[in-house]
Design a protein around this ligand. Structure first.
Ligand code: SF4
Ligand code: SF4
Length: 138
């Protein structure tokens, strides 16, 4: 059985495609705006469905410290970052695996043959949390 192990390549904090940009709950947009205000960073979001927003980022995330190669809001990073390399399509709710991730590309065949709960246990929990919040069940 394979299990996801982040290689710290930083590709998930660098954005070139809209479909890879983080999908956020409204409460996450509010919190990120607060964090941006505290640091003097202007952030851009676009509504993509009734309850979901896309965080529009081109290039490195403004909260990514390139020299230290780390997220500067790690404890408060949104669920989209916690679930990566899993992605939620905000239009149809489909969950997919991002090929932008080095580990995914290196293990893609095994991933497709495995139970996602075994390969991505923590990331799947973040996916479930998003769906629960959308249904307001907690
Ligand atoms: S919030 Fe943190 S983990 Fe998420 S994209 Fe930005 S730097 Fe990366
Ligand atoms: S792209 Fe994948 S391996 Fe690279 S830092 Fe992000 S989660 Fe880790």
């Amino acid at each position: 059985m394979i299990r996801f192990r982040c290689l710290r390549c930083s590709h998930c904090c660098f954005f070139t495609l809209p479909k890879e940009q983080p999908v956020l709950l409204e409460e996450e947009v509010r919190r990120l705006k607060e964090l941006g205000r505290e640091r003097g960073i202007k952030l851009e979001f676009t509504k993509v469905s009734e309850d979901l927003y896309r965080w529009v980022i081109w290039g490195y995330c403004p909260f990514y410290d390139v020299s230290k190669r780390e997220c500067t809001i790690y404890g408060e990073r949104p669920l989209a970052c916690r679930m990566f390399p899993l992605l939620i399509n905000p239009q149809n709710g489909e969950v997919s695996v991002s090929r932008a991730c080095d580990w995914v590309r290196a293990n893609f065949r095994e991933i497709t043959e495995s139970n996602p709960w075994e390969v991505f246990p923590e990331e799947m929990k973040a996916v479930v949390t998003v769906f629960k919040r959308l249904r307001r069940t907690d």
